[in-house]
Design a protein. Structure first.
Length: 528
């Protein structure tokens, strides 16, 4: 009985579950059917809303286009394009309106400013443009009237000139007939003269050909003679150079003489001065007064001019020999200077005077100019290897100073310029001299000198040639004792009244010890 009761409960439960399942299925179906219907309604409403929005966009496109055409709210072409894109494409009516608007704008052209091109401002702008055109037309009409008046005046003047020209033409025709007859007569005469002249020309041409042939023969003969003379001249010049090289270079008129010597102070006085064009720091070679030549005898010393007087100058001894000292009457000579004139030079090639493989060209040039010489022509190579030629050798050039000789390493350009220099030298018979020989004759050496410092017994300092010595201190000791003093008040005149005996004057002491030289000015100027 109990089992039967349990089976009935189970059946009831199964039946209840089945009924609930059926109810749930029915409910689910009902809800699903309602959901599908609602989705279809939503889709339909969304499509209707999209259609309305598209219709609104098309309407807005039309509105914006009309505003753009009418010039309302400052609508631009870009805003019209944005509205067109929002409307999903072009509208035929709007497209037609815009095309007609563009055609109207193209018709107006540049009469209206770009920012004012719309139907609202067309009228005023066109009226303004029309007024300008009317004013321009009025001006043009006035100009036409002015031009027409000028044209009428010109035509009247031309008519008057034409009348005058006609009268002149009639007179000219009469003159022409007369001149034509004269011309015909003259032409007949000229034809006769032309025939005679042609005959003469033929005769003269034949004679000229004969003369030209004879002249060519004579030219050939002269060319051969010139070639022979050139060869003979070259040989003579070579022999002359050899003779001059073997002769003494002293002439009968030396550059000057030593007039007085002070060996204690290493000073001398020479008989040349400002009136002769002498410059300070000019160096001379000194030779015995009884020598006959310079090339065969060596110099006995060298001096450098310190103070230049009118006809007497003071110089210091740069070099002499105790065995053969410089004495009064000795001869002084330098190739860079001659009394009353300036010696002219030509310089060529690299010049190494101290054998240090460095070009001393500028130093040699400065030495020559410092001694009063004049550089007429120069040939050198600068630091960048560029060949520089300045000036020309002339009749005034006395010396051709040559540095190193051309070699296989010499550039073709430099060799060409040097050959031209050499040709000019031979043409003007300029004496060639080496750099070493020139400096030796000038009494110049490249070594550094040391001089005793003023006020010191044992101190020495370096002193380059031509450089001023620093001033001596007030307590400077005398250079030597018991020597004959040089005149301190007037060093350019050592033969004045001698001063009282006293300590010797230091020749390289303070410049204040002797008056400032006036030779820094032009040595060829009139004496003060």
């Amino acid at each position: 009985m109990a089992q039967r009761g349990e089976g009935q409960g189970l059946q009831i439960a199964v039946i209840s579950f089945a009924m609930l399942t059926i109810i749930l299925a029915i409910t689910t179906y009902v809800f699903y059917a309602q959901s599908a219907s609602a989705a279809k309604d939503l889709q339909a409403k969304t499509k209707a809303l999209s259609d309305k929005q598209m219709e609104n966009n098309k309407l807005m496109y039309r509105v914006v286009s009309m505003q753009y055409v009418l010039g309302l709210k400052d609508v631009t072409k870009e805003q019209v394009e944005v509205a067109k894109n929002s409307a999903g494409g072009d509208d035929p009516d709007v497209k037609d309106v815009l095309e007609k608007f563009d055609a109207d704008v193209a018709l107006v052209g540049d009469q209206i400013a770009p920012e004012a091109r719309n139907y609202r401002t067309f009228t005023n702008n066109l009226l303004t443009a029309l007024a300008r055109k009317n004013a321009s037309v009025a001006d043009s009409m006035q100009q036409v009237r002015t031009i027409q008046k000028a044209k009428d005046d010109a035509e009247n003047a031309a008519k008057a000139r034409a009348d005058t020209a006609i009268a002149s033409a009639e007179k000219s025709q009469a003159d022409y007939a007369k001149e034509a007859k004269t011309f015909a007569d003259d032409r007949a005469t000229m034809e006769q003269q032309k025939t005679e002249l042609a005959s003469k020309i033929t005769t003269e041409t034949n004679r000229a050909k004969t003369e030209i042939a004879r002249a060519n023969e004579e030219r050939d003969v002269i060319s051969k003679h010139n070639l022979q003379l050139s060869q003979v001249n070259k040989v003579i010049n070579e022999k002359l150079e050899g003779v001059v090289k073997n002769q003494a270079t002293f002439n009968e008129n030396p550059d000057g003489h030593i007039t007085r010597v002070n060996q204690n102070q290493q000073l001398v006085w020479i008989d040349r001065g400002r009136a002769d064009g002498l410059l300070r720091q000019t160096t001379f070679s000194v030779y015995d007064h009884n020598e006959n030549g310079m090339s065969s005898d060596k110099s006995k010393g060298r001096i450098e001019v310190l103070t230049v007087g009118e006809h007497l100058s003071e110089a210091r001894i740069l070099q002499d020999k105790p065995s053969n000292p410089i004495i009064a009457g000795d001869i002084i000579e330098t190739p860079a200077w001659s009394p009353g004139q300036r010696v002219h030079f030509a310089l060529a090639m690299k010049m190494d005077i101290n054998k240090d493989q460095i070009d001393d060209y500028d130093l040699v040039k400065s030495i020559i100019e410092m001694n009063g010489g004049v550089i007429d022509a120069q040939l050198r190579v600068d630091a960048k290897g560029k060949v520089i030629r300045e000036g020309n050798i002339g009749v005034d050039t006395r010396y051709f100073v040559q540095g190193e000789k051309p070699s296989e390493a010499t550039s073709p350009e430099l060799q060409k310029e040097f050959n031209a220099f050499e040709d000019d030298r031979v043409r003007y018979n300029v004496k060639k001299i080496s750099v070493d020989n020139l400096l030796a004759l000038m009494g110049w050496r490249s070594e550094e000198k040391t001089v005793e410092m003023a006020g010191s017994r044992g101190g020495f300092m370096k002193r380059s040639p031509g450089k001023a010595q620093p001033a001596a201190s007030p307590s400077a000791a005398p250079a030597s004792e018991g020597t004959t003093p040089a005149p301190a008040a007037a060093p350019a005149d050592p033969f004045g009244t001698p001063a009282a005996p006293g300590p010797a004057v230091d020749p390289f002491g303070a410049p204040a010890a002797r008056p400032a030289p006036a030779a820094d000015a032009d040595p060829f100027a009139a004496p003060r």
